[in-house]
Design a protein. Sequence first.
Length: 253
Amino acid sequence: MLRTLSFIARHPRVGRWLLLCMVAYSIVWGLVIWEAASWQERVLGALLGPKGAAWWEAALWEVGHFLALIAWWLFAVVSVFAVSGPLLSPLFGMLAEAAETAFYGTDPVAIDWPQKLREMAHGALRAAILAVLQIGGSLLFAGTGFLVGLVFPPAGTVIGSVLGGGWSALWFAQIAMSHALENHYVGVGAQLGLVPRSFALMLGFGLVGQLFAWLPFAAPVLVVAGSVLCFRLERSGHVALPLRRTEIARAAP
């Protein structure tokens, strides 16, 4: 991540696109957090039900309310990144394109505007699919961890925290890299195929990178970091970018 900040500082055009994305992401962040706050008590009330009359029932209800409150806000913050993917995909795509030009020193092969507009719409759809996968997977791990934890708490912790955290980290890496891949019209299947081929690298990237999602101004930095990671993998032959002039890219310093 520190190398990404250095990369941004060396390329003003990337910095300008990053600033625009930060403002847009912060607006989405504020709207989602406001909506989560307005639904908080209704959701928690439906999950927990009324507080019991006995002291021990009231104590258990308070503990459950505290844990549910933490889970609700964790879900809300992660949802911001999921919602912003399809909503801000055109802006993030422009940011990834600026990072690509800065990284290679050359522009990718150009396509006409009608095709570009079609692919931007397809990209928003692919981003929505990835967002659904993230939210669905997170809910699955959280729900499974909760149910298993009722019978055997250590196993529930492993499922909910370790496996669920790993899923989230891989997804953050996937989304961060997806915008550079979308600029080359790489399909969802090929994007997901990166996970088994670069599992350890993406897991490590996601574990560090997901911390940026908690800060509205820092989250778009993940797009630059993921794009640069994607370009490095392309240079090493692990990722195909169809519109990249490979022979020029290999010669670039």
